[in-house]
Design a protein around this ligand. Structure first.
Ligand code: GLV
Length: 403
């Protein structure tokens, strides 16, 4: 049974204060200030207090406004903050927000925390801010019995077992909406790089091999005017389509659900079933989340249906593509090339992918300083809201929150 994970925290904090004020509503050793403080602080224009003393009774105390301010600030100043573990220093703005609300322990080494160390650090923590490299499953949850929220600093959350978290009443949040344009830029960077052979040419020049202009040197493939097939047409897929309009491309897409007609019109995008998209596209860009339906989505039969002149671009998740099948398609020239930012078993790169017609990147889709800052802030806002008794902006299992 999922326990409700609303962030009320209980404790005897008001008890001595209450005695001094001769407040009569003390019941079973717990002070009953919940509804009165909540109502009065709201009336004072304050947010719901961080600390709400739970009580057996819901009697109103009708405390005066000034006293409520006093109680509110006293409570904030004296109640111990929730302990959280953050697996990266993030950025100063996010750090400041987290530290204003929580008792923070940051992992500051470059390398990811080893599993044992990670489990040791979260043992007594109520909150976890983690990156997509941390796996949060049953073992993590068993090791962290006090855990109430996992704030993933990524939009994809295949690293977190959300159903297991839900079963244990642990809220999970992510960072949607802040990285769409940056990730779309990177899909385009890969597409242009592989089509126009930018990496090969760069290596050639750097190696000092260039002897002068040559009519036939590093001729690539045009991107403009070609057909772009987008698989997964959410925010990032649409941002990729938006850019394609500037390149005069024909845009076709496939997704679980067909999108609204007005958006199709705006983006000049036409829906295709998967087989039609595979057959028509000169470039295919993947933008689906990784889940049971999309794992291994791009397999041998799909490569077989692609044009031999077509390129595959993947900035979604590595396991969406069957890498062995992709290597085979490249080796047998079933497709022309690929631009890959994500891999089946990061950071392992299948040796068959290290070829001139494949551009490789170390999972950089959202890696601009501005966007990583926005992701860090969003993750911090999710945590801060939760421990302030507010609704976090991006819950993935909102059924755990009070309506
Ligand atoms: C990056 O890959 C993300 O999911 O945010």
């Amino acid at each position: 049974m999922a326990r409700n994970c609303h962030s009320e925290r209980s404790g005897p904090i008001f008890l001595p204060f209450a005695k001094r004020m001769s407040v009569r509503a003390v019941e079973e050793s717990q002070l009953i200030v919940n509804s009165a403080v909540e109502r009065s602080t709201r009336a004072c224009g304050l947010r719901k207090p961080t600390i709400v003393i739970r009580s057996a009774s819901r009697k109103s105390l009708n405390l005066p406004r000034g006293l409520c301010y006093f109680i509110y600030f006293l409570a904030q100043a004296t109640m111990p903050k929730a302990k959280i573990f953050i697996t990266h220093p993030l950025y100063p703005e996010a750090q400041t927000l987290l530290q204003s609300v929580c008792d923070c322990e940051f992992w500051s080494k470059q390398d990811r925390p080893p599993k044992e160390e990670f489990l040791r650090r979260i043992k007594d923590k109520e909150g976890l801010v983690c990156l997509l490299t941390e796996r949060v499953g049953d073992d993590t949850l068993r090791a962290a019995p006090k855990l109430r929220i996992v704030s993933n600093v990524a939009v994809g959350y295949d690293n977190v077992d959300v159903p297991a978290c839900t079963r244990r009443g642990v809220l999970v949040t992510n960072t949607p909406g802040v990285l769409d344009e940056t990730t779309a830029d990177f899909a385009w960077a890969l597409m242009l790089a592989v089509a126009r052979r930018v990496v090969e040419a760069d290596q050639y020049v750097r190696a000092g091999n260039w002897q002068g202009w040559n009519f036939d040197q590093y001729c690539g493939t045009d991107v403009w005017g070609k057909t772009l097939g987008i698989v997964g047409f959410g925010r990032i897929g649409q941002a990729v389509a938006h850019r394609a309009q500037g390149f005069g491309m024909k845009i076709i897409y496939n997704s679980r659900k067909r999108i609204a007609e007005d958006i199709e019109k705006q983006l000049s995008a036409e829906y295709r079933d998967m087989n039609a998209l595979l057959a028509e596209s000169d470039f295919i860009s993947l933008h689906v989340p990784l889940n049971g339906d999309t794992r291994g989505l791009f397999d041998a039969p799909k490569f077989f249906r692609m044009k031999p002149t077509a390129f595959l671009i993947n900035t979604s998740r590595g396991p969406v593509v069957d890498e062995a099948a992709l290597v085979h398609a490249l080796e047998s020239k079933k497709i022309a090339g690929a631009g890959l930012d994500v891999f089946e078993q990061e950071p392992f790169i299948h040796p068959g992918l290290k070829r001139p017609n494949v551009v490789l990147a170390p999972h950089l889709g959202s890696a601009s300083t501005e966007t990583r800052g926005r992701m860090a802030n969003t993750a911090a806002q999710n945590i801060a809201a939760f421990f302030q008794g507010q609704r976090p902006p991006n819950p993935l299992n909102p059924e755990l929150l009070k309506p």
